[in-house]
Design a protein around this ligand. Structure first.
Ligand SMILES: Cc1cc2nc3c(=O)[nH]c(=O)nc-3n(C[C@H](O)[C@H](O)[C@H](O)COP(=O)(O)OP(=O)(O)OC[C@H]3O[C@@H](n4cnc5c(N)ncnc54)[C@H](O)[C@@H]3O)c2cc1C
Length: 414
């Protein structure tokens, strides 16, 4: 590491905060990471582990709008809007972002970002000394009716999927799927190249933490209550009243970034788009790539620590209690598919931090001299973690930034 006296304080030790912290360290910063979660419960570690480079199209789109009624939880689907009146301003902003011109520019922006996602993950995994963390075996997707097979195949083989490539699963691969989910009436499936998975989220968290410590980073277990402004500078105030200053502060607190940014008058219209998972330690699922059962809107991922079934899109207050109905829905799918699992699964829920246009917020905050941000990664936080860290660290270090961060500037909401 180049020696430097410049200090950075990163708020949030999820995957985005961790990758920003490491990238800053590699550029010579002395980094403190503040996080209050000692349990590893954040979305960063409960997700499906999929490096989803194929998801070029922002979910702020007319297609999402059209499919929303049929996907509602009350009809057995994955989508639930709890306390809808709370989310009306966000929904209004989302509808505006669905306009074809906004969608198109969002797609271009995501395409640029996603093009760098997998190369950045390779660099990250090898710098962590564990290239095997990244498993580049793509992912599979299958359908259980002839109609959905036709629609799904047509959609995924014709739409823009960036650097990923879709292909028909071979007879052997389909046979493996039939064996893995014997009760599923699988009618067709495709595979993707150029996508990947993380071998295990808990192992990833461990590797990131060790490397951060080896590079001389300081982990502070504290809750950041607010940011304070003093002219063009920002300080961090914790819940115990301690005040921290740094040459660079980077807000990466997931959905909790909203109140932090708003404490200094910066609008960050994040919403908690919550998801759920069940995970079985004991299972007989083979070593195949993650499988999306698209008709059921679930993804099944084999990690080294167990088999995880993840899904659900629940718009709710970040601190609202979990809805056991969502776990019941996942359990019903697992049982209907006859997944080879034994024993009681562990249950988890967590929040995707989502902005109305389904693009992240990345870059330096122009109103202040020492503030940057990286949050709002919605369904793609794991996928975009390594590239986000590199880009934000370059911007903070006044280096050339590989792509324009203009589409990810928070001022788009002001
Ligand atoms: C069910 C599900 C499946 C998903 N699957 C995938 C997938 O397959 N691929 C993919 O790319 N993405 C996936 N995602 C999305 C991905 O998990 C998120 O985009 C990502 O975790 C966001 O990371 P983050 O670091 O911004 O936020 P978080 O993971 O929420 O981390 C924020 C951190 O900040 C800390 N923090 C918050 N407030 C404070 C404060 N005031 N003071 C101190 N610390 C604070 C928290 O403790 C936490 O550790 C999935 C999400 C869900 C819910």
């Amino acid at each position: 590491m180049p020696a430097t006296s410049a200090t950075a304080l990163v708020i949030g030790g999820g995957i985005i905060g961790r990758t920003c912290a490491l990238a800053l360290q590699r550029r010579g910063w002395t980094v403190t990471l503040v996080d209050h979660d000692a349990t590893g419960n954040a979305a960063s570690w409960g997700n499906a582990g999929h490096i989803a480079t194929e998801q070029i199209e922002p979910l702020a789109s007319l297609a999402t709008l059209r499919s929303a009624p049929g996907n509602l939880h009350i009809f057995g689907g994955p989508l639930d809007l709890r306390e809808p009146w709370r989310h009306l301003p966000w929904i209004g902003a989302w509808l505006r972002a669905c306009a074809p011109a906004r969608f198109e520019s969002g797609r271009n922006a995501l395409r640029c970002l996603l093009a760098g996602a997998l190369p950045a993950w390779r660099r990250l995994a090898s710098s962590l000394g564990d290239p095997g963390l990244l498993q580049e075996h793509g992912h599979w997707m299958c359908w259980e009716s002839p109609a959905s097979t036709g629609r799904g195949r047509e959609s995924w083989t014709t739409k823009d999927i960036g650097n990923a490539r879709a292909f028909d699963l071979s007879a052997d691969e389909l046979a493996q799927l039939h064996e893995s989910a014997p009760a599923a009436r699988i009618q067709g499936g495709i595979g993707f190249d150029g996508t990947a998975q993380i071998s295990d989220p808990a192992l990833l968290a461990k590797r990131l933490a060790s490397r951060f410590a080896e590079y001389g980073g300081t982990l502070l277990r504290a809750t950041v209550r607010r940011l304070d402004r003093e002219g063009r500078r920002v300080h961090v105030v914790t819940s115990t009243g301690e005040v921290f200053d740094a040459d660079q502060i980077v807000v990466c607190a997931g959905v909790a970034s909203r109140p932090l940014m708003e404490s200094i008058g910066v609008h960050a219209p994040l919403i908690a788009e919550r998801g759920y998972h069940l995970q079985w330690t004991q299972h007989g699922w083979p070593e195949i790539p993650p499988v999306v059962f698209e008709d059921r809107s679930i993804i099944v991922t084999r990690f080294s620590g167990g088999l995880r079934v993840a899904g659900c899109v629940e718009y709710a207050r970040p601190d609202a209690p979990p809805d056991p109905g969502k776990w019941a829905r996942l359990a019903r799918h697992a049982s209907e598919l006859a997944l080879p699992v034994q024993g009681q699964p562990s249950r988890w829920f967590g929040a995707r931090p989502t902005l109305p246009d389904y693009l992240p917020a990345l870059g330096c905050c122009k109103q202040f001299d020492n503030l940057a941000y990286a949050f709002g990664h919605q369904h793609l936080g794991l996928t975009l973690a390594a590239i986000s860290g590199e880009l934000v660290a370059d911007a903070c270090s006044q280096r050339d930034v590989a792509i324009s961060l203009a589409p990810f500037d928070l001022r788009r909401f002001s």
